[in-house]
Design a protein. Structure first.
Length: 381
């Protein structure tokens, strides 16, 4: 048998696409130690800097002491503890939906829920820059997979008009994780109603950042609509939720394979989620969100002023689009040597020819941090 493993690794090395694990020790929300070097961390998704907040840690420990280190079984066996159901009701109110269901991770939620609502007789219409987990869910479902040009709703409608399937599903990120730009959620809702299509929105990178109470850009309102989001980014914990109707929740409890056949998250994760959902709705974190968004907009403007392409970002995700993998790796390494952890993103995570630095701001970054990073970027023009 041909050694396909070695062949791939050799190819990836030659194309500057090989990825390697790096040991990272967190110091604070803004600093880490990577490969022995103390760095300002501009790569994490800890947007609100609450992953190490005392309330999250206290609740994680408290729930562990009350309910144990593990949930012991799947949610449908003995893994649904009473507080889990109460937490889901709290999340539903927060998301302005009838119901919510907690699933192990964003990837598990997407591949499980999408493959539950789509089948071989379905047509799925997905933004070309959607997260890989959304694409994997569609592929697992066996549905016909139609991809429309990024945020091009005219193209989306053209595709919807052409396809005769009885079950049509539109799928999009709300905030695109590698570009930081935002889908027009209201336009997507209007199009889905017009064409009788179900709407599935991935709100992972909007949860905690957008909305009056950090609830994100999408809700689970509507008989068939689904909003998925995660607790592992701005909320600083782990796991994912699906916000939807009561009927859809019951359907997913029965049909979502990654829910049915997976052991429930450990109590510590639920405890941290519980604290995070309360925390992001406070007046304090409303102000933190506003300050972060203003800081992000100003930083993106300065990146463009230097002559870099930052795309259409409107979030704390600031892409610096360089183009070729070898070039972006060189810049990332130079920044690392100056004390900045900024990861290089390459194909297949992003399309060929659009390799980039993905700069991720959080509320703990100081003006000095940002100015120093801008100076370091300028040195690489």
């Amino acid at each position: 048998m041909k050694n396909f493993v070695n062949d791939y690794l050799t190819y990836a090395e030659s194309e500057n696409l090989r990825r390697r694990l790096r040991a990272v020790t967190p110091v604070s929300a803004r600093e880490c130690i990577a490969d022995g070097r103390r760095c300002i961390d501009f790569s994490s998704n800890n947007y609100l800097a609450i992953a190490d907040h005392p309330k999250l840690k206290e609740q994680a420990v408290r729930w562990t002491n009350l309910y144990g280190a593990g949930s012991k079984a799947s949610r449908l066996v003995t893994g649904t503890f009473a507080p889990y159901l109460e937490l889901e009701r709290k999340i539903a109110v927060w998301k302005k939906s009838e119901a919510a269901l907690i699933i192990g991770s964003g990837f598990l939620a997407n591949i499980g829920a999408i493959s539950a609502v789509a089948d071989r007789s379905s047509e799925v219409f997905a933004d070309k820059l959607n997260h890989a987990s959304l694409n994997s869910g569609v592929q697992l479902s066996g549905a016909e997979f139609r991809r429309y040009r990024h945020r091009d709703f005219r193209h989306l409608e053209e595709l919807l008009k052409k396809e005769p399937a009885e079950r049509k599903i539109i799928i999009s990120d709300t905030v695109f994780s590698m570009d930081g730009d935002i889908a027009d959620v209201e336009a997507l809702k209007k199009i889905s109603r017009k064409h009788g299509a179900m709407l599935y929105l991935d709100d992972a990178h909007a949860t905690g950042i957008f909305g009056e109470r950090g609830e994100g850009l999408a809700d689970g309102a509507g008989e068939l609509n689904i909003s998925m989001g995660t607790f592992s980014k701005a909320l600083g914990a782990y796991g994912a939720y699906v916000a939807c109707s009561e009927e859809m929740k019951e359907y997913l409890v029965n049909k979502c394979g990654t829910f049915v056949f997976s052991t429930a998250l450990p109590p510590a994760a639920y405890g941290a989620i519980d604290a995070a959902v309360d925390l992001v709705q406070t007046k304090e974190y409303c102000e933190v969100r506003k300050a972060l968004m203003a800081k992000s907009a100003n930083f993106a403007k300065e990146v463009r002023r230097l002559g870099f392409d930052a795309g259409d970002t409107a979030s704390p995700i600031i892409p610096v689009i360089v183009g070729e993998s070898d070039k972006v790796l060189r810049i990332s390494q130079k920044l690392f040597e100056k004390g900045f952890l900024v990861v290089a993103i390459r194909h297949p995570t992003v399309p060929k020819g659009t390799a980039r630095l993905r700069i991720s701001l959080n509320s703990a970054h100081t003006e000095e941090d940002l100015n120093r990073l801008l100076e370091a970027l300028q040195d690489n023009l």
